[in-house]
Design a protein around this ligand. Sequence first.
Ligand code: 13P
Ligand code: SF4
Length: 339
Amino acid sequence: MPANALEEVEPLRFTPEVEARTEPVYQRVKDVIPALEWPLFAPEIDAILRLKRDRNAIVLAHNYQTPEIFHGVADIVGDSLALARRAAETDAEVIVQAGVHFMAETSKLVNPEKTVLIPDLEAGCSLASSITGADVRLLREAYPGVPIVTYVNTSAEVKAESDICCTSGNAVRVVESLGVPRVICLPDQYLANYVAGRTKVEIIGWRGRCEVHERFSADDIRQIREGIDGLVVVAHPECPPEVIDVADFAGSTAQMTDYVKTQRPPKVLLLTECSMSDNIAAEAPGVEFLRPCGLCPHMKRISLPKIRRALETLQPEVTVEPAIAGRARAAVERMLAVA
Ligand code: 13P
Ligand code: SF4
């Protein structure tokens, strides 16, 4: 159970009616949510499903959200790229972003006329806070004429100073789409490294890092492999380069998920945020996951009670300053046009 599941919002009651209405949801998550915890989640899920209908709202959930959110209340799930794409297509009037702030900003950028809510405004990202718009302007001065590709894990202010955005799922394609010999790739040092290893384009990076993925080490992986025969290791490109070198596959969270669902390795270690193993496990019986605890404290600020409260109050709403929104949107839309 997430530590903050019961904070701040009055708990609801687990009645026989709630139990019956949420039974189909429980069947989807029963392998990853203990029966003992279900009475805490079910009333919240029941209330959120009703509120979504009343508000003409959808919940977009990133792959790192906990299973009761991911499988219980989300309408659309995926990596940052899929969420940006699907946000741009929705007819709903209200979008609740079960993810971190930069993801909600991206949804707002592609849906300026809609109400975009984030259940906790403090849900940040160590990559997004590693760089400012002023830093990007200085880089542009230092490297005149070199295009700036910005990871979506950044603020709208930083996107506004960039030429085009990318995600971990399309970074190489975006860089190569520019048709130039040299590109600045911000702010993740390790993603820049990953791209540099897969293209002939020269990559200039920045010093940002993901506080979750930078902790994985190649030595740990080697030791774990020695103890477990046939273990398949799948890594996110935000991991250090030496970790990606010892992995069997690297890709965005959606690409990691697809890899496990299609290859069905019997034993898997996912080098990424820990909820992803739970979310895939609910749909991939027969795959055993080794689960080191790589928890993103920002993603974990989102809980069912906070999603319910956001739908009840239509707060906190995410807005983007008009002075930067147009340029930031253009950078996101250029990315969506590439891949
Ligand atoms: P993805 O785009 O691969 O989902 O990554 C987002 C993220 O924050 C990874 O830490
Ligand atoms: Fe940011 Fe890392 Fe958390 Fe992803 S896992 S949201 S990159 S801090």
